[in-house]
Design a protein around this ligand. Structure first.
Ligand code: TXA
Ligand code: MG
Length: 357
């Protein structure tokens, strides 16, 4: 294991060429580099180097049955990682890459099984971030990269989050500030008929269906509900994104009348206060005022009218909860459509208790 980590701050649009060259050499030599993508930070290794990829699992404390996404910078690299690309995949690739869409493809022979956790499929995406694209190009190999957090922790959306989790465990952290979307890529399996959503993410599934001209099955586990052990994206079955502080999620079938959710949340807060516990609430610009004078701490994730803002603040907020010194946190859910599907999936997986009102 490395004793120190080199941290480079770069401009997200025009990163210093010398930094990219240095980091690319580290990748080629079998080291680990944390780098920004448009979704969250990734922890990268040469996708062809089984020993380097093995170290990703060790460093993150990642369960060995959880496969890793391979990142490419050019569609021509597809043939290096996949043995076949279905027609439907090209439809999406043409429209959505580079971007936050990951596709399941039959694994090519050069990808070691440690990347796919023994599966015959490989998850592939082309990230829409200049730093990620230039790093892959300069390294000259596809880069296998999970999110750059300790396993189970909220994904990192800022360089500081990566340093918090991985300092002294990886060779390089490239810090390009805050990521754009704040939630991970959408994962779709086009090898099944009908196609299936394996993880909701930054691209709304409705948009992908429109481009495909067919519907995509959204199983319960993709919404973060039940049947976790049957999850087809193995990573989805583990408790995830979780702060150490117990988190109580208050959801509703509709948020047109936010009072219902607020009233329920206030009751829970009061219950815990009566037991002498310190309570935080995570709310929105529309609702935070209702908790003044009741909750010990109030965090605002954004406006209910702007799911992009909520997604961008989501993981940083979950990390912030642990720094408040409270015993429990209560969080309001959001409408489960568009980007809201990804947000609710993460919130359900992060929470210790879910309540529907
Ligand atoms: O936006 C993203 O996708 C970020 C950035 C860094 O690219 N990456 C990311 O990786 O979120 P990770 O490892 O945190 O999540 C990858 C998910 C896991 O749930 C894993 O089980 C699933 O993808 N996955 C990877 N390969 C798979 C495969 N062959 N079959 C099914 N699921 C797969
Ligand atoms: Mg992850």
């Amino acid at each position: 294991m490395v004793a120190y980590t080199k941290i480079f701050k770069v401009d997200p649009v025009r990163p210093d060429v010398e930094v990219i060259r240095y980091a690319a050499r580290v990748i080629r030599e079998g080291g680990l580099v944390a780098f920004p993508t448009e979704t969250v930070y990734g922890l990268g290794a040469n996708a062809f180097d089984a020993r380097a990829v093995e170290r990703i699992y060790v460093v993150k404390g990642r369960p060995p049955d959880n496969p890793i996404i391979v990142h490419i910078c050019d569609v021509r690299q597809l043939e290096l990682v996949a043995s076949r690309v279905p027609e439907d995949a090209y439809k999406l690739i043409e429209r959505l890459w580079p971007g936050p869409l990951t596709l399941l493809l039959p694994k090519g022979p050069r990808i070691p099984y440690v990347v796919t956790a023994g599966l015959e499929t490989v998850a592939v995406r082309m990230p829409a971030h200049p730093v990620a694209l230039e790093l892959i190009r300069e390294a000259g190999v596809p880069i296998a990269a999970p999110s750059a957090n300790l396993s189970g922790k909220p994904s990192p959306t800022r360089g500081e989050h990566v340093v918090e989790d991985l300092y002294s465990k990886v060779e390089v952290v490239i810090d390009a500030g805050e990521t754009l979307y704040g939630v991970e890529s959408t994962i779709v399996n086009l090898l099944s008929d009908p196609p299936m959503l394996l993880r909701p993410g930054a691209y709304p599934v409705e948009e992908i269906e429109r481009i495909l001209g067919k519907s995509i099955v959204v199983p319960g586990f993709a919404r973060g509900l039940g049947e976790a052990e049957r999850a087809l994206a193995p990573g989805m079955k583990h408790r995830h994104y979780a702060p150490d502080t117990p988190l109580i999620l208050v959801e509703s079938n509709g948020y047109d009348e936010p009072e219902r959710v607020v009233e329920a949340a206030k009751r829970i807060i009061l219950d815990h206060k009566m037991k002498g516990l310190k309570v935080a609430v995570v709310a929105y610009t529309e609702t935070y005022k209702y908790y003044e004078g009741l909750a010990d701490r109030i965090l605002v994730m954004g406006s209910r009218s702007n799911p992009y803002e909520i997604a961008r603040n989501l993981f940083a907020t979950l990390r912030a909860v642990d720094k408040l010194g409270v015993d429990v946190a209560v969080i309001e859910g959001v409408e489960e459509r568009g980007l809201g599907l990804a947000i609710m999936n993460r919130l359900r997986k992060a929470s210790t208790l879910k309540l529907r009102v």
